[in-house]
Structure formats: structure tokens, C-alpha cells
Design a protein around this ligand. Structure first.
Ligand SMILES: O=P(O)(O)OC[C@H]1O[C@H](OP(=O)(O)OP(=O)(O)O)[C@H](O)[C@@H]1O
Length: 157
């Protein structure tokens, strides 16, 4: 069960995506495959840093979110062929199921993401930060600032 939140700000996300770009910059990529939707913003930042203009996407959905592993590819990354010379980018690997499914499609690609949980870590080639399995990562696009009442007013006696 998820118990902790890790809040990621836009600044932090930008910094981490730039760091990931730096890490992979020793390799030459002809293109990037962004995993929708979470991989799209990191992919845009990395593409800018690497001056890469060929961007492909792969769209994968879970039809029943209760059943892990029930995945369906609804848009294939056809431009990337078998993945040779391509960098796959996602925001997060959690169970690693998404990463494994994409790597089956693009076996020769290099897989990079910002954050990795222990179960998904072996499915990556590069990531920036490890996050505990029971931590929920709150990305800036999923959050909005809200008023928080003073502690003494919010605590019921
Ligand atoms: O390692 P896994 O357990 O497979 O989970 C990781 C995937 O889950 C998230 O996508 P999500 O399904 O939330 O879709 P979204 O990016 O379109 O919101 C994330 O962006 C990864 O693609």
C-alpha cells in the first residue's frame, strides 16, 4: 500500500531531466521514443539538450487498472524500427511492466527514466533517482497548490 508522497516540482523535474540528458549524452542517438503520457515532458527537455529533432511516441494503456499486466499498445513506435539508435524516455518505472513491454517492441533501444522504484530498476539502462516502492511520486502535472489550514485548526481533539 502507498504510504508516502514525494512531491516533484517543475524546477526539480527540469533539473532531473537535464541531468538525465547529460548522463546519456556520451551516446549518439538518432531519435527519442517518448512513452505517453508521462515520458513526453522529460523527452522534450532531453531532446532540447541533445539537439535531437526526431521524436516518436508509443502509447500504452491498461484497460483494467485493477489488473496489473493487462497492457495494450494503442500506438506503435513504427519510426523507431527495432529501436537501434533510439533513446526511450519515461518519467517513472514502478513495477517495470511498461518498460518490459516497450523493450520487447524496441529490443535495441536504450531505456532511460527519471525515477525508478526497486521492482522496475532492472528494466532500465539509466535513471536519476531511486524511490521506495511504497512511495507515490506526485508529478507537477498531477498537482495543484491548495490552501492548507494551520496545524492546530486541522487537528481534531
Ligand atoms: O512500471 P509500471 O508499473 O508499468 O509503471 C510505470 C508507468 O506508469 C506511468 O504511466 P501511467 O500508466 O500512469 O500512464 P500515463 O503516463 O499516461 O499517466 C508511468 O508514466 C510509466 O509509464
Amino acid at each position: 500500500m502507498t504510504t508516502n508522497y514525494m512531491v516533484i516540482s517543475w524546477d526539480q523535474l527540469h533539473k532531473d531531466a537535464r541531468l538525465l540528458a547529460e548522463r546519456v549524452s556520451t551516446k549518439k542517438f538518432k531519435g527519442i521514443v517518448a512513452i505517453t503520457r508521462g515520458g513526453m515532458i522529460p523527452a522534450a527537455i532531453i531532446a532540447r539538450e541533445l539537439e535531437c529533432r526526431l521524436i516518436e511516441t508509443v502509447s500504452i494503456v491498461s484497460y483494467d487498472e485493477e489488473i496489473q499486466g493487462e497492457l495494450k499498445i494503442i500506438k506503435h513506435p513504427t519510426v523507431a524500427g527495432d529501436g537501434e539508435g533510439f533513446l526511450i524516455v519515461d518519467d517513472l518505472v514502478d513495477s517495470g511492466i511498461t518498460a518490459q513491454a516497450i523493450k520487447k517492441l524496441l529490443p535495441k533501444a536504450y531505456f532511460a527514466c527519471l525515477y525508478a522504484k526497486p521492482a522496475g530498476k532492472p528494466s532500465t539502462d539509466e535513471f536519476i533517482m531511486e524511490v521506495q516502492q511504497d512511495t507515490w511520486i506526485l508529478f507537477p502535472w498531477d498537482a495543484a497548490p491548495a490552501f492548507a489550514p494551520p496545524l492546530v485548526k486541522s487537528t481534531k481533539k
